[in-house]
Design a protein around this ligand. Sequence first.
Ligand code: SF4
Length: 353
Amino acid sequence: MSNESQQVVLKHEAGSGTPLTLRNVSVAYKTRKGDVQAVRDVSLDLRAGESIALIGESGSGKTTLGLSIVRLLVKSAQVTNGEIIYRRNGKEIDVLGLNKKELREFRWKECSMVFQSALNAFNPVIRIWDQMKDTAQSHGWKDKKAIRQRSLELLKFVQLDAERVIDAYPHELSGGMRQRVLIALSLLLDPQVLILDEPTTALDILTQRTIIDLLRKLKEEQHFTMIFISHDLAIAAELADRIATMYAGRVVEVGSADDIFYRPRHPYTLGLIRAVPKVVGDFQELFSIPGSPPDLIDMPSGCKFHPRCPYATDKCRQEEPDLVPVGPEHMAACWHWREVEKELQSKPLHSIS
Ligand code: SF4
């Protein structure tokens, strides 16, 4: 394919203000053993054109939070509290109050989610073109020629051989190609917000790089408003303007990427950063956070991180801290964040980006 054919200019309006607000959102899964408190009291504002990364170990609530925004939670899960407010052109939508038809409109057109397993997201016996056409037609597009044109443009934008890929079956494409097709599909109806759940997991390192470069293009050139869900801090460092650390279903720290990576104030964020291997300097033993994430049915008292935290005191074991300002636009939920600050003044962190 010639380079010329890849020069596709997407035109995306970044919007303005705060397209998405989560207010005190809690989500629980019903199980035979009891309710799993997967997301607890999360409040976040997503500003137009910004990218925010949700980081944390598996089971910290990141994916559940993403799924609740597009209302794709499994039947056993329920948003038990809170509000999800979406805004566009001065209109405000209560996402949790949408009926089936409104929800279909909302997904893809306003807010798209790219899942971590691209193969499962496609119907294996339907060609890419039919999947793209069906998605557009179910949102009211009638002109097949225009749909095909837009689909080809998007496939070129994600740097695929569009003419070949559009008529292929998903199983004929590699993992990285499928992931790019999925990104193209998610852009089909020009949504304002993109949610990407572990977009590079299970891809080889070179393909990961292609996807990261593509996402950077969407962010820097097209100014999409994005939420990245990732356990890979290096990707978060590369792509996110702001980072929110999640632990046991709660946001325990949120701030700019610089604040989080150079001035973390929550011991859990600090542990995650120290666990990233250094690629420069002398060999150092790899740090790992002791213990494992808590049982979300029967959580520890007080701060849920206390059994694993080197700073824990009796107060931590009794009372769960709220998020408090620890700097301009930087919040952390820790009783002893000043001690973390003091420690980092004497022992600064290495860069992970
Ligand atoms: Fe550690 Fe206490 Fe802070 Fe929780 S509140 S993170 S246990 S120091």
